[in-house]
Design a protein around this ligand. Structure first.
Ligand SMILES: *[C@@H]1O[C@H](CO)[C@@H](O)[C@H](O)[C@H]1NC(C)=O
Ligand SMILES: *[C@@H]1O[C@H](CO)[C@@H](O)[C@H](O)[C@H]1NC(C)=O
Ligand SMILES: *[C@@H]1O[C@H](CO)[C@@H](O)[C@H](O)[C@H]1NC(C)=O
Ligand SMILES: *[C@@H]1O[C@H](CO)[C@@H](O)[C@H](O)[C@H]1NC(C)=O
Ligand SMILES: *[C@@H]1O[C@H](CO)[C@@H](O)[C@H](O)[C@H]1NC(C)=O
Length: 281
C-alpha cells in the first residue's frame, strides 16, 4: 500500500517536471525561430557566352548590390561552349539544376542589365515570382507580358512549371513562353511599383549591339513552334554535358562558379539549333 502511494507520488512529480521542462523548451524554440529568420540563399544564374569584358563589371556590381541588401548568394555563370545557337532557356535550366542543392531561390539575370536603385529588392520571393526588370522601368522593353531581363523565383515555383522550354535556339521568345507557363498554373507575377526612379535611371543597360549582334533568324518551323507552350518540355528534358566546372575569382576576389556547358540538340525536335551555314562547314 505504502509502496503504491510512493510510486504514484514519484510519478506525479516526474510528470510535472516533464511538463514544465517541455513548456520552457518549446517557448525557447519559438523565440529562436522568431529571432533568426530562415536562411534563404540565392543563386544568380547568368546565361553566358563570350562576354568576358562584361563579366567582371557585372560580378563586381552585383556582389556589392546584394551584400548591401544582406542577400546570401552564389554566382553561377552558365557558359555555352558548343557550336549551336545561343539557348538562354536551356542555360537557365542547367543553372537551376546545378545550383539546386545549394540554394532555395534563383534569379535569372541578364549580364547586361545592372540594377541601380536599392528599392529593387533581391530578397526571397515569398509570395511568388518577382519580375524586377519591369516594363515600367526597363530602359527598352515596355510590353506588359515582358518577363525577361531579371526574374526572381523560388526553386519550388521554377520546378512546379518545369522551368523554361528549351526549344528556343537563337534570340527571343523563351521569356514569353515562361510568362505563359507561370500564368497557366495561376502564379501571380509581382513587379516593383512606385520607385523613386524611372525607366532612364533604374537600370544600367550595357548591351553593345555592335559587339553582340542578336541572332534573330528563324528557320523551318521555328516561328510556328515558338508559339506553343509544351509544358512537358523543360528542365527535365534539357540534355547537356558539363565540360568544366570551376570556382573562379575576379580580380577583386569575388567568387563565382563557371560552368562550361555543351547543350545537346535534338534535331528531331528542333532542327534550328544551328545556322544552315554552320552545318555546311
Ligand atoms: C565564342 O564562344 C565560342 C564557344 O565557346 C567559341 O568557339 C568562339 O571562339 C568564341 N568567340 C569569340 C570571339 O571569343
Ligand atoms: C504609390 O505611391 C502613392 C503616393 O505615395 C500612393 O498613393 C499609392 O498608393 C502607391 N501605390 C502603390 C501601388 O503602392
Ligand atoms: C527620370 O528621372 C530623371 C532623374 O530624376 C529625370 O531627370 C528625368 O527627366 C526623368 N525622365 C522621365 C521620362 O520622367
Ligand atoms: C517532365 O516534367 C513534366 C511536367 O512535370 C512531365 O509531364 C514530363 O513527363 C517530365 N518528363 C520527363 C522526361 O521526366
Ligand atoms: C530521330 O528520329 C529518327 C528517325 O525517326 C530516329 O531513328 C532517331 O532515334 C531519333 N533521334 C532521337 C534523338 O530521338
Amino acid at each position: 500500500m505504502f509502496k503504491t502511494r510512493l510510486l504514484i507520488r514519484i510519478f506525479i512529480i516526474y510528470f510535472i517536471l516533464f511538463f514544465l521542462i517541455s513548456v520552457w523548451y518549446l517557448s525557447k524554440l519559438e523565440r529562436n525561430e522568431r529571432a533568426t529568420p530562415l536562411n534563404h540563399r540565392l543563386a544568380v544564374i547568368v546565361p553566358y557566352r563570350n562576354r568576358s569584358n562584361e563579366l567582371e563589371l557585372f560580378l563586381s556590381h552585383m556582389n556589392s548590390f546584394l551584400n548591401t541588401q544582406s542577400v546570401d548568394h552564389i554566382f553561377m555563370i552558365v557558359n555555352q561552349v558548343d557550336k549551336h545557337r545561343f539557348n538562354r532557356a536551356a542555360l537557365i535550366n542547367i543553372g537551376f539544376i546545378e545550383s539546386k542543392s545549394l540554394v532555395d531561390y534563383i534569379v535569372m539575370h541578364d549580364i547586361d542589365l545592372l540594377p541601380l536603385n536599392h528599392e529593387l529588392t533581391y530578397k526571397y520571393p515569398q509570395y511568388g515570382p518577382i519580375h524586377l526588370a519591369s516594363p515600367e522601368y526597363h530602359p527598352i522593353y515596355h510590353y506588359l507580358s515582358y518577363v525577361g531581363g531579371i526574374l526572381i523565383i523560388k526553386s519550388e515555383d521554377f520546378e512546379r512549371i518545369n522551368g523554361m522550354s528549351p526549344l528556343y535556339w537563337g534570340w527571343g521568345r523563351e521569356d514569353d513562353n515562361f510568362y505563359v507557363r507561370m500564368k497557366r498554373v495561376g502564379m501571380n507575377i509581382y513587379r516593383p511599383h512606385n520607385l523613386s526612379t524611372n525607366n532612364t535611371n533604374t537600370f544600367q543597360h550595357i548591351h553593345d549591339q555592335r559587339i553582340h549582334k542578336r541572332d534573330y533568324a528563324k528557320y523551318g518551323k521555328q516561328k510556328e513552334e515558338g508559339r506553343k507552350i509544351y509544358p512537358e518540355l523543360g528542365f527535365n528534358t534539357t540534355k547537356y554535358e558539363i565540360i568544366n566546372k570551376a570556382i573562379r575569382k575576379t580580380n577583386q576576389g569575388i567568387e563565382y562558379i563557371m560552368l562550361d556547358i555543351k547543350i545537346e540538340c535534338d534535331y528531331n525536335l528542333t532542327d534550328w539549333c544551328d545556322h544552315p551555314i554552320d552545318t555546311a562547314n
